[in-house]
Design a protein around this ligand. Structure first.
Ligand code: CAA
Length: 379
């Protein structure tokens, strides 16, 4: 079903049309193969970069497309309705550009056109094996030594780990707690920056994260992004925006699952009629569609707050929480609508079901989102 979108400009309509065209031409025929082989689709991302989709919400003066988040998240949605791995890669890359775009020095910002044009792929290295949810407890240490920071530690669950050209390394340059954390911009070629084997995932296999071991990696002193000790606040602000991206991925994934299940329920007959005509399944599809619309409304409300320059942390957390829990329910029901066919890999429903699960975990588990919302409510 075509989603009836209210977009702010004719340009945004063109952008959504272009995205649909790219999905049909570049994504739809490749997704199953890349997911089955667990291969990272770098060339597909280059194509999206050349089409302007890797820097959508950044100013044109920096090499971006100057689009509001309201539009950017809807582009992500369309990508995710066919290939979550690609949509998530675009979202994480966009997140990874934020520290330099918002806090970088003039020198650091010279790389922005290549980042936003997709020539350089980014990674966001915050989590560690012992510190995922409790990000302020990270232990990777950066020590000033002459003209460099010497970085030692291990980063975990890093999307684009081993594929990225640049890494935002969140490291401890000071004492314990959030005020002791800084952000360093490291090139992938930095000696001592050692990506490990990709994780073997339940789903999202074309975009598997990897650990990054930092074994005395020397990052030039001028690659400190923002203030010494300002890294945690940078990470949190980037994640606020990133959570809108993950919510968009969830809405798109669920929309893809609904569309497929609806098509199946129209075609498949039992007891002499299409199965969608049975109230049990018709109501299930109706509930799926309603939940998707509710999640999209929450997402767009949060994105519009961000576009208006208003605080949006709590709304981003609500959107991420609601949309990703919704995607889990909707993809579960999509498998049910297909019955036995939903449980085999001849149909994409089982893949979407596996993929939905990860969205409840990444960029802050849904328990962390509830913590963010509760703290905002209670002060
Ligand atoms: N924006 C700006 N500043 C913020 C902020 C925000 N959204 N949230 C917190 N801060 C600031 C606070 O104001 C505070 O500063 P002050 O003391 O100056 O006021 C400081 O940061 C510490 O804040 P908290 O006391 O709230 O910190 P906390 O330790 O209690 O943690 C948390 C808060 C929300 C639980 C946070 O740790 C969190 O979001 N955890 C989840 C991390 C996460 O999402 N990880 C996934 C990363 S994804 C990844 O790494 C892989 C990838 O490929 C993308």
């Amino acid at each position: 079903m075509t989603v009836d979108r209210l977009l702010p400009t004719p340009e945004a309509h063109d952008l959504l049309d272009l995205t649909h065209e790219l999905v049909t031409r570049e994504l739809a025929g490749k997704v199953d193969d890349f997911e089955a082989r667990g291969e990272f689709p770098r060339e597909v991302l280059r194509t999206l970069g050349r089409s302007g989709l890797l820097g959508l919400p950044y100013p044109e003066a920096d090499g971006g497309a100057g689009q509001p988040y309201e539009v950017y998240v809807q582009v992500l949605e369309v990508l995710a309705s066919t290939w979550l791995g690609i949509a998530e890669a675009v979202s994480v890359h966009t997140l990874s550009c934020l520290p330099v775009a918002h806090f970088g020095t003039d020198e650091q910002r010279k790389t922005l056109p290549d980042m936003l044009g997709g020539e350089l792929l980014g990674a966001f290295a915050l989590s560690e094996p012992q510190g995922g949810s409790d990000a302020a407890a990270l232990t990777t240490r950066a020590t000033a030594d002459g003209d460099a920071w010497v970085v030692t530690g291990t980063k975990a669950w890093i999307t684009h780990g081993g594929q990225a050209d640049f890494y935002n390394l969140f490291c401890r340059t000071g004492g314990p707690g959030p005020k002791g954390i800084s952000c360093l911009l490291a090139d992938a070629t930095t000696p001592g920056l050692l990506p490990q084997q990709p994780e073997r995932l339940m789903g999202l296999r074309s975009s598997a994260p990897a650990q990054i071991v930092l074994d005395g990696a020397r990052v030039p002193r001028e690659r400190l992004v923002g203030a010494d000790g300002g890294g945690f606040a940078i990470a949190m602000q980037a994640l606020d925006a990133g959570r809108l991206g993950i919510a968009a991925c969830a809405v798109g994934l669920a929309q893809g699952a609904l569309d497929y299940a609806t098509g199946y329920a129209r075609e498949r007959t039992q007891f002499g009629q299409p199965i969608g005509r049975f109230q049990g399944l018709g109501f299930m599809l109706a509930d799926m569609a309603t939940q998707i619309s509710a999640a999209r409304a929450l997402l767009l409300a949060a994105a519009r707050l961000k576009d208006a320059g208003r605080p949006f942390s709590m709304e981003a957390a609500k959107a991420k929480l609601f949309a990703t829990d919704m995607a889990m329910r909707v993809t579960t029901d999509a498998v049910q609508v297909l019955g036995g066919a939903g449980y085999v890999s001849d149909h994409p429903a089982e893949r979407w079901f596996r993929e939905a699960k990860v969205l409840q975990i990444v960029e802050g588990t849904n328990q962390i989102q509830r913590m963010v919302i509760a703290r905002s409510l209670l002060g």
